[in-house]
Ligand binder design. Structure first.
Ligand code: FAD
Length: 614
């Protein structure tokens, strides 16, 4: 069978990669172990969160599928950090696993140029240095000119529960064994990481009475620009805590945890520690909080968020039973840790194509990241670029000045990872500009230009952009003197300077509603754009200050470094730095300046040589 692009793996990276490639019209195959597991959430049943919610909004703005699917599966929408500034608020929803999975599969079924093939990829076909396709474990072969590898935690996956080890990609699924060898043959450096998951509980045996509750927001805000409103019933979560007794049980058995017995070699996610890690690192405190998250509207399974573990089953049972509300709970599946191979992402271009192999793209957990959203965002980039390569079009690089997606790609490919990488708003220098509320305005024009946005989204976005531009023009045109402002009850400096309505919105106590009482014509602003306009205006001063910085980074990003650039030809660089840059192979001067140890003097040496050579 012949395709343009083959995507290996039907997780979050694979689904988004296949959809992105198909949106560009490439004949795409999604090759995965089991069709029925496409869209599975291996761990927590939730999408979004701090930093991650921004990624979902950006994926959606590029017409990806994750936002729409989260809207279809969401059962507890909450805006995190609501009390902080709009730039760092994080949309999140808990998801009904079954509804989310169905939404992903339905979304993929809509693409005519996408075929789903069940099977296990075992090797890549590469002849004369060119990617030709994939060989399956059962001997079948698929042809394509580009391959996107998104195998998640499956590469040489090994599950640990206490001293038990089970080769697996995740519980109940076989690992992927052949492909690590293929990658090593290509000369790629592989490492080992680990992650973990808690036990799953039978919610009908939880004593919910007396537990604190956490509810959804009253007005759930959808992730997707294309969703008008959330129709799923919204549910509560329970909240409980570990007790001194839980801590004693865990401490007494710490050496039976796969992580502490020395059995696990891989590094785990610092920001998502296991319960044994929390107790060893942060002591007893007064207990560690646990959110009891129902996994679905029609599913009694509960995910106890906060107690992932690799302790043996008997210890898990004992410590879980020492937690209020869980004294008599039935455990449906025990928690476990999993170790897997990942590829050092410094070996990838910012398009996620391997530097050593044209036509081979890597996306998702295989690149050392953790999380569905990080995986999906990479999948989208790799899917776009694989299709663009086959179509002979220019690659699409995302800048860290324009998107969280760009921040992540730049971090991964210029700095690599030492532990599983997850997104945070603090990773983005320009977060006042990169807000969740303006993701469409930032990125949908790009999706339209690439030909990746559906006609429905294009039409809706264009109408939105018109409303936004008109609203902004109106806010800038309406002006008031300080004396007039005082008359209508606004507190501004009595300096005689006229201020526009837009400028007034940057005052913390003035919002659009207040201004509408002064200028009734502002009620013409469509409700859908008012939040983006308010946020835009309130950050305008800071954004203007950032503009010079952003422009200088963008200039440096355009100064590309030729592949294979000879750093040894620069005796002014230390041997250590020469070797570091040779390994990192930065794509441009902006990336080069972020490589650890690079000084301004090193930057001018490299720049000088590039200018002399070209
Ligand atoms: P996956 O979702 O793992 O999907 C990989 C896909 O590739 C699967 O469909 C598989 O069948 C397919 N596949 C693999 N090899 C082959 C092959 N050779 N041929 C064909 N198909 C193949 N994230 C968090 O943010 N927080 C957490 O606490 C957390 N805990 C986790 C705990 C566990 C136990 C696991 C397994 C994952 C956890 N994650 C967590 C990570 C999260 O699940 C992943 O980041 C995310 O699913 C990665 O998406 P992906 O698309 O890269 O890979």
């Amino acid at each position: 069978m012949e395709f343009d692009v083959i995507v290996i793996g039907g997780g979050h990276a694979g689904a988004e990669a296949a959809a992105a490639s198909a949106r560009l019209g490439a004949r795409t195959a999604l090759l995965t172990h089991k069709r029925a597991t496409i869209g599975t959430m291996s761990c927590n049943p939730a999408i979004g969160g701090l930093g991650k919610g921004h990624l979902v909004r950006e994926i959606d703005a590029l017409d990806g599928i994750m936002g729409r699917c989260a809207d279809a599966g969401g059962i507890q929408f909450r805006l995190l950090n609501r009390k902080k500034g709009p730039a760092v608020r994080g949309p999140r929803t808990q998801a009904d696993r079954a509804l989310y999975l169905k939404a992903v599969q339905d979304a993929l079924a809509e693409f005519e140029s996408l075929s789903i093939v069940e099977g296990e990829a075992f090797d890549l076909t590469i002849t004369e240095g060119v990617v030709r396709g994939v060989v399956l474990k059962d001997g079948r072969a698929l042809q394509a000119r580009a391959v996107v590898l998104t195998t998640g935690t499956f590469l040489n996956g090994l599950i640990h529960i206490g001293d038990k080890t089970i080769p697996a990609g995740r519980v109940g699924e076989d690992p992927s064994l052949g492909l690590s060898g293929t990658l090593e043959r290509l000369g790629l450096r592989l490492g080992r990481l680990k992650t973990g998951t808690p036990a799953r509980l039978d919610g009908t045996t939880i004593d919910w009475a007396g537990l604190d509750r956490q509810s959804a927001d009253e007005l759930p805000v959808p992730f997707s620009f294309m969703t008008d409103r959330i129709t799923n019933r919204q549910i509560d979560c329970g909240i409980t805590r570990t007790t001194p007794e839980s801590h004693r049980i865990i401490r007494d058995n710490i050496l039976r945890s796969a992580m502490y017995s020395g059995q696990i070699k891989g590094v785990g996610p610092r920001y998502c520690p296991s319960i044994e890690d929390k107790i060893q690192r942060f002591g007893d405190r007064d207990g560690h909080q646990i959110f009891l998250e129902p996994e679905g509207l029609e599913d009694s399974t509960v995910y106890p968020n906060g107690i992932s573990t690799s302790l043996p089953e008997d210890v898990q049972t004992r410590f879980i039973h020492s937690i209020p509300g869980l004294e008599r709970v039935d455990i449906k599946q025990f928690g476990y840790a999993i170790e897997y191979d990942y590829v050092d992402p410094m070996q990838l271009h910012p398009t996620l194509e391997c530097k050593v192999q044209t036509g081979l793209f890597l996306a998702g957990q295989i690149n050392g990241t953790t999380g569905y959203e990080e995986a999906a965002a990479q999948g989208l980039v790799a899917g776009f670029n694989a299709a663009l390569l086959v179509q002979g079009r220019e690659p699409q690089v995302f800048s860290r000045t324009e998107s969280y997606i760009g921040v992540m790609l730049d971090d991964l490919t210029s700095r690599g990872v030492t532990e599983p990488y997850r997104m945070f708003t603090s990773r983005a220098e320009y977060r006042l500009t990169l807000r969740a509320d303006n993701a469409d305005l930032r990125l949908t024009p790009l999706a339209i230009a690439l030909g990746a946005a559906s006609p429905a989204r294009t039409a809706r976005f264009k109408a939105y952009q018109r409303s936004f531009d008109d609203g902004r023009a109106l806010l800038q045109a309406l002006e008031i003197t300080p004396a007039q402002a005082r008359q209508v009850g606004l507190t501004v400096n009595q300096d005689g300077r006229r201020r526009s309505a837009s400028e007034l919105l940057s005052y913390p106590d003035i919002d659009l509603k207040r201004l509408q009482a002064i200028w009734p014509e502002l009620t013409a602003i469509a409700p859908g754009v008012s939040e983006a306009l308010e946020n835009d205006a309130s950050y305008a001063v800071y954004v203007d200050r950032q503009r010079d910085d952003i422009e200088s980074v963008q200039r440096e990003e355009q100064r590309t470094i030729p592949p294979g650039f000879d750093y040894r030809a620069l005796p002014g660089l230390s041997i250590e730095l020469q070797q570091k840059l040779e390994r990192a192979q930065p794509a441009n001067m902006a990336q080069l300046s972020r490589v650890d140890g690079v000084t301004p003097a090193a930057v001018s040496l490299v720049l000088g040589l590039i200018k002399r050579q070209h």
